[in-house]
Structure formats: C-alpha cells, structure tokens
Design a protein around this ligand. Structure first.
Ligand code: C5P
Length: 395
C-alpha cells in the first residue's frame, strides 16, 4: 500500500532518532517517496547526510537553506504529502504540535499538512506519564493524529517503563494498514443519525437531552475517510460537517424518522447514534405558554416513533443495522433486549457509570454486542478511535 506514496518523515531530538533510519529504509523498500524533515535538536542525534543518502532527497531542517538562501516551503510540503509520520516525537515536539508553537520547520509543516499524521512518542517514563504530556496526547488524538503508542521496556536512561518508541517495523506496518483501510468502504452507502432531537412545546421551548453529536459525527468522518458515501441525519448540534459527508439537518424525532425511513432502502448500513426523544408533547402551542397563576402544570406526552425499530422492520438480508445503548444499570441485559426488539445486527453499549463515556465527552468506552452472540469490550479511547473500532467490528 505504500508504493509511490509521498511520506514526510519528521525526526525530533530524542535518542530513538537512530531508529528513524530504519523507518526510512523500510518506507523506501516498500516503494514510498520519503522527504525527511528534522528539527535542529534532531540533528544532534542523527546526521542529515545519512538521511539524505537513504531518502535520495536533501533533508529539510531550516526555513532557509544556508548556502543558497532558498526558502523551504512548508505549505508545498504539506500539500505534497499523502501521510506524515513523526518518529520519534519528543514531549517537547508533541507539546508544540498540540498548541501550535511553530518555531521550527517540522512544526510549521505539521500545521500545513492536510494529510494523515502519525506520531510515535518516545521519552522517559515519567515524562510520558506526566499529566501535561497525557493532556497533549489527548488533544492531538482529538485533532486526528494517530498515536503509535510507546512500548514498555528498557529506556536510554537505564529506567524500565513505558516510553520506548515503537519498533520501526510496527510503525511502518501501522501506516501500511491505514492506507489499506482507506478504500475499504468504497461503494458503500451508510446512513448515520447523530445528536439529540428537540420536541417543541411552544415557539421558545423544547424537550431535549444533552447529546453533543460528537460520536455520530466521528463515525460519519471515519466512514467517509474510508471511502463510503455517508448521509448524516443530524439533530440540533454545534458540529462541523465532516469532509465529503452529505448532511441532513432535522429537529424532531418525527422528522428524523421520516428522513431515515425514506433513505434507508438505498443504504448498505445504518448506524443509529442519535439520542432520540422517546416522547413529544401532544401538541405544540402556537403562542408562548404562560405560567399558570396557581398550582401545577401538566404536560401530555405522546410516544415518538422508534426509528431504529422502524428500520429493523424494513431491513433486508443485505443491510446492517447498528444501534447504541446508553445505560445506567443492568447494562448488558438491557442492551441485548434492545438488540432483539429493534432487530439490530450490533449494539454499541456505553455506560453512564463510566467516567470516560457519555454526553459531551471527547472519549468513550464501549462494548459491542452482536446478534450472533459476539461480545467485544474496548478500552477508553477518543471518539475518533472508538468510531474506527465500531466500523472495524460491525461493517
Ligand atoms: O431504546 P433506546 O432509546 O435506549 O435505544 C437506543 C437506540 O435506539 C439508539 O441506537 C437510538 O439511536 C435508537 N432510537 C431510535 N429512535 C427512538 C429511540 C431510540 O432510533 N425513538
């Protein structure tokens, strides 16, 4: 998959830089064109002569090339690349990436890159564990960077722990795997619901819930990135439409239902991620409802259509239907009951009891249950990575 791909290999100032030579060799062997960009500190660990000899290109490090005065364009480099890998990525460079401190050629190139970015952190175990580093790593993941986590083992300091840069073979394998996954859903049409629904009471009030839409939008972005044609039916949310996604905005459960039922027959799969209101006010007042002078006020609610169940009824043998269950108690049994009742193929279970799951969070921790009895728990991850797991497991 790496043949003829344009790869930027970013090298920062850590002892693991000696392994970057091996990454370069493996990428070249796989047929990739590699442009090395090295930070000033990186050059203290490995010489540009070695890197340019192996890449067949002059190594870029400064904004200007000293002897010719030529300006090195980070914008052009960012546009040229199909992927960028920063290995090793030191704590300092990760912090600069997370906050946009563009004081060297590598970070400016990172900020200009439109392509996929991988980073392989390498540092001492205490630096890796430090809340600052962990915060920066989470920010970078949320920005779409794929982290190739360091391994446990002997560190240059003599200490033993997590912080050793992952082996070059594994880094290159992960990149190869990513390129392979890109076309995986080509030709597939996928319907995704996201966000809450708002059920109007009067012109100024509604019944709603705290759903942010983040999980559904992450799923839409990942499906589109893998080549699928995505229709995203979104309730009222503050989220940017992911690239290449067709978005249909709705407000109420009834509207969401009507769009989904109309769209589903043309789809290969539907992922029901929206937090749909179960009930709506019996009627919506044309005027603002006035406060009762005395006593209580009673609202009559009528049930909304269950969109997932409606799609479950019209589903053909060639279509997949995936639902979500957000439970506070009796999680497994409730989720399995929903899976059967709505005729789903998979249900993604997240528990409100879990501090890393739920509304508005950037992370999620899920277990996927299949109609075939399969059950797969996943560790807490960014919603982008959870989306990748869900797609890998269910589509
Ligand atoms: O029954 P419950 O609301 O817990 O089920 C959750 C699953 O069903 C989610 O996938 C949600 O998107 C979907 N759902 C729906 N229409 C409803 C209620 C839930 O599509 N009215």
């Amino acid at each position: 998959m790496l043949r003829d791909k344009h790869i930027i290999l970013g090298i920062t100032g850590g002892i693991a830089a000696y392994k970057s030579v091996q990454i370069l060799r493996l990428l070249r062997k796989a047929g990739a064109e590699v442009q090395v960009v090295i930070t000033p500190a990186g050059k203290e660990f490995i010489t540009p002569v070695t890197l340019s000899a192996l890449s067949g290109k002059p190594v870029v490090s400064e904004f200007f090339t000293a002897n010719t005065g030529q300006w090195n364009s980070h914008v052009d480099l960012g546009l040229w690349a199909d992927a960028m890998v920063i290995a090793p990525a030191t704590a300092s460079s990760l912090a600069k990436m997370a906050t946009g401190v563009a004081d060297n050629m590598l970070i400016t190139t990172y900020l200009s890159a439109k392509c996929k970015v991988f980073a392989a952190p390498a540092m001492d175990l205490d630096m890796y564990r430090h809340p600052t580093t962990q915060r920066n790593l989470l920010t970078l993941q949320q920005d779409g960077v794929t982290l190739i986590e360091p391994a446990d083992g002997y560190l240059a300091s003599g200490l033993v722990g997590k912080g050793r840069m992952e082996e070059p073979e594994e880094i290159v394998r992960r990149m190869d795997e990513w390129f392979e996954s890109r076309g995986e859903l080509k030709g597939k049409k996928i319907l995704i619901t996201a966000g809450p629904t708002h059920e109007k009471l009067d012109p100024v009030r509604f019944i709603g819930n705290y759903s942010s839409g983040k999980m559904g939008f992450a799923l839409a972005a990942e499906c589109a990135a893998r080549g699928a044609e995505v229709t995203l039916v979104a309730g009222p949310v503050q989220q940017n439409t992911p690239q290449g996604v067709r978005r249909v905005d709705v407000t109420s459960a009834r509207e969401m239902h009507d769009v989904c039922v109309a769209e589903f027959p043309a789809m290969d799969a539907a992922i029901m991620c929206a937090a749909v209101a179960d009930y709506a006010p019996e009627s919506c007042s044309e005027r603002k409802i006035k406060r009762e002078k005395t006593g209580e006020m009673t609202l009559r609610l009528i049930p909304n259509p269950d969109i997932a169940a409606a799609l479950g009824k019209i589903k053909t043998g060639n279509q997949r239907l995936i639902g979500f269950a957000l439970e506070t108690d009796n999680e497994q049994a409730n989720a399995l009951d929903k899976l059967r009742r709505k005729n789903l193929d998979f249900i993604v279970l997240n528990s409100l009891r879990d501090p890393q799951a739920g509304f508005g969070k950037d992370t999620n921790k899920v277990t996927i249950l299949g109609a075939d009895g399969r059950e797969q728990p996943f560790p807490a991850k960014s919603k982008t990575l959870v989306a990748a797991d869900i797609i890998d497991f269910t589509l």
